[in-house]
Write a protein that binds this ligand. Structure first.
Ligand SMILES: NC(=O)c1ccc[n+]([C@@H]2O[C@H](COP(=O)([O-])OP(=O)(O)OC[C@H]3O[C@@H](n4cnc5c(N)ncnc54)[C@H](OP(=O)(O)O)[C@@H]3O)[C@@H](O)[C@H]2O)c1
Length: 258
């Protein structure tokens, strides 16, 4: 039984905050890379570093066999991942687990392209790896719906669908994968139901007792075409999380900012 800590990049984020306690429940010590200092506690230590600036990364991976790479942002996941991969290879890491997004190989948008380049950096790293592509999290669907609902008329882009998944279901799957053998690209993980974006907004409005008119709009250009073609979805062959959008909305009812 190995005793080295598991490094979680992004361990302070929406997804990472669910992953860290599951690793602790599995009896593993955890090291978290964060741009900010945090007090250690309950088997979790924090290393200050920045993947984009390539600072503190060597110290973060030192003595680690398994890395769960969950850090990410709107931009630069390709560069951040390349920096992590370089340090992890030098440190002799034996399993690199990466969270990507469904459609990384298809959607003509900067975020998805960066995720694809990051996937390739992981697959070409020479380190045994596992990559899971997940659908948009309920947390993001909630933020999106809440922002849309601030408008007097809610835009409803025709043909744009999401299959949001609960970040707790993604966390559980990632921990299972991290504690198992490297498996390469595993089946995608999506939520139990496909919704039009307008339906997501309507569900949100209903759960908050609000009413707004929906205005059908058409997303233009190649991005619109890709979404209408469902390039952001995996309708066949995906695994599905069991927590529903409706249950998530009910849980978050009344939460600040929700
Ligand atoms: N949200 C979604 O719907 C969705 C769907 C599919 C895949 N994903 C992927 O899942 C991952 C986690 O998403 P999330 O929603 O949990 O993100 P999040 O809540 O925005 O958290 C981002 C995390 O990344 C860390 N981070 C950001 N920039 C960093 C840098 N330069 N150096 C080191 N750490 C950095 C942050 O740590 P500190 O602030 O502590 O430094 C934080 O822990 C991302 O890779 C994302 O692309 C997300």
């Amino acid at each position: 039984m190995t005793t080295s800590p598991i490094l979680v990049t992004g361990g302070t984020g929406t997804l990472g905050r669910h992953v860290v306690p599951l690793l602790r429940e599995a009896g593993r010590d955890v090291r978290v890379l964060s741009r900010h200092g945090h007090a250690a506690g309950d088997g979790v230590r924090y290393v200050v570093g920045d993947l984009l600036e390539d600072e503190g990364v060597e110290a973060a991976v030192a003595g680690v066999e398994t890395v769960l790479h969950l850090a990410g942002g709107a931009k630069g996941d390709d560069r951040a991942t390349a920096n992590l991969v370089r340090a992890a290879r030098q440190a002799g890491v034996r399993h690199l687990v990466y969270i990507s997004v469904i459609g990384a190989d298809r959607l003509p948008l900067g975020y998805f392209r960066a995720k694809r380049d990051a996937e390739l950096a992981v697959a070409d790293s020479g380190i045994p790896w596992t990559t899971l592509r997940a659908a948009q999290f309920h947390d993001l669907a909630l933020k999106t719906a809440a922002a849309m609902a601030k408008l007097p008329v809610v835009p409803s882009p025709g043909g744009l669908r999401w299959q949001p998944v609960d970040s707790r279901d993604v966390a559980a799957r990632l921990v299972e994968l991290a504690l198992d053998r490297p498996a390469g690209l595993v089946p995608d993980l999506a939520g139990p139901t496909v919704y039009g974006l307008g339906e997501l907004a309507r569900g949100y409005l209903r759960s908050r007792g609000k009413r707004r008119p929906l205005l059908p709009v058409r997303l233009p250009g190649k991005v619109g075409r890709a979404y209408r073609a469902g390039d952001n979805l995996t309708l066949k062959g995906a695994e599905t999380g069991h927590r529903t959008w409706e249950a998530f909305l009910a849980e978050r009812s009344g939460a600040p900012g929700a």
